[in-house]
Design a protein around this ligand. Structure first.
Ligand code: PLP
Length: 383
């Protein structure tokens, strides 16, 4: 175990799998041509893109033409929300989402409001779950889009996607799902989902590449204008190594999905048990029986998470206070606020997210250092 590098922030991003780096390096060396060029090295790139698209759609049980490559989760979310809203503007200008979405969704909806759309932000219960009855009540004749995340990046809670999808279908409303945290962590059922965002860097692939699933027949207005790439849905020279890296990363991840899920859940549960037993005055947040198997959100009474973050970092341990975005702004997490936390409780919360490469010895080391850091902080706070 490398004590200088214990990485427990896999929901922020994952380290790349060596097998992905290998295939990408080969593509970067050998298939550098522009896929729109007609000569051989260009067509080599085009072939890689189309084979990767086939592979990704096949692995997820979708049709290849339903996959649009993007620069990642943020762009996919923007493409889905803005694309549908603009396309259906004449039909209606009411959109529905939840209060605990990722900033790439929330800030897009905020922008839509400034442009004249009406947005309903559904609240969540103390476990972070949307209430489907509240959703039903918020639907109007003008509602054209519901956008709800598959699982939450901070507390891991799964939303009732199947039920929401049924409601959307029954009411003839487009349903977008931000699945960025779920792909590679659980099997996805795409029934009744019209649009679905995902990004390779959350499943051991490269950063800066993602995709939006657009169900056949669903129309979106394009965001980025220019050339005719991606069947005229997203302009710009394709990221050939990124696309091929994403396909390889997804293949590796899905091959061992259940084994990895079980392994991470076992380690996560072991870690939580140790923290509960050894540290005390802690609460574990979210829906404990219905959450991502790698994610743990823990509040420590009378301790500032920021101080813990620095103390842990000094010992080579990377965790997060809330989400990556929330931690860089130092403002309390909107997710924890939405599940009813006071500002001080939200500010005493850490997110620990395990991954493919997490080992038991690393968890033991983490808990040992955490126990010391919490003890020190609590002692300081008494004085
Ligand atoms: C739930 C969720 N949606 C969207 C994103 C944004 O994805 P990207 O970083 O690929 O733009 C993230 C990233 O943390 C996320 O956790």
């Amino acid at each position: 175990m490398d004590k200088k590098n214990v990485y427990l922030d896999n929901n922020a991003t994952t380290p790349m799998d060596d097998r992905v780096i290998e295939v990408m390096t080969k593509v970067m060396r050998e298939s550098y041509g522009n896929p729109s060029s007609v000569y051989q090295v260009g067509q080599k790139g085009k072939k890689i893109i189309e084979e990767s698209r086939e592979m990704i759609s096949g692995l997820l049980g979708l049709k290849s033409r339903e996959i649009v490559f993007t620069s990642g989760g943020t762009e996919s979310n923007n493409m889905a929300i803005r694309g549908v809203a603009r396309c259906l503007k004449k039909k209606g200008m009411h959109l529905i989402t939840s209060a605990i979405e990722h900033s790439s969704v929330l800030n897009t909806f905020k922008d839509m409001e400034s442009l004249g759309w009406e947005v309903t932000y559904l609240g969540v219960d103390e476990k972070g779950k949307v209430n489907t009855e509240e959703l039903r009540r918020s639907i109007k004749d003008e509602t054209v889009l519901i956008s709800i995340m598959h699982s939450n990046n901070e507390i891991g809670t799964f939303q009732p996607i199947t039920e929401i999808g049924k409601i959307a279908k029954e009411k003839n409303i487009i349903f977008h799902v931000d699945g960025v945290q779920s792909v590679g962590k659980i099997k996805i059922d795409f029934e009744n989902i019209d649009l679905f965002s995902f990004a390779a860097h959350k499943f051991y692939g490269p950063k800066g590449i993602g995709a939006l699933y657009v169900k056949s027949g669903v129309k979106i207005e394009k965001l980025i204008t220019g050339g005719h790439q991606e069947r005229n849905r997203r302009a710009g020279t394709e990221n050939v190594p990124g696309v091929c890296g994403m396909a390889k990363a997804l293949e590796i991840t899905l091959e061992n999905l259940y084994v990895e899920m079980e392994k991470e859940k076992k380690l996560r549960d072991y870690m939580e048990k140790k923290i509960l037993e050894n540290i005390g005055k802690v609460t574990i947040n979210g829906d404990l029986s219905n959450r991502l198997s790698n994610t743990s959100s823990i509040s420590f009474e009378k301790v500032e998470a920021e101080s813990l973050l620095f103390a842990l970092d000094m010992k080579g341990i990377a965790v997060s206070a809330g989400s990556a975005c929330a931690s860089s702004t130092l403002s309390p997490s909107h997710v924890l606020e939405a599940i009813g936390f006071s500002i001080s409780k939200a500010k005493s919360t850490l997110r620990i997210s395990l991954g493919r490469f997490t080992q038991k010895e690393e968890i033991d080391y983490f808990v040992e250092i955490l126990e010391m850091a919490v003890g020190n902080e609590r002692n300081l706070n008494i004085i």
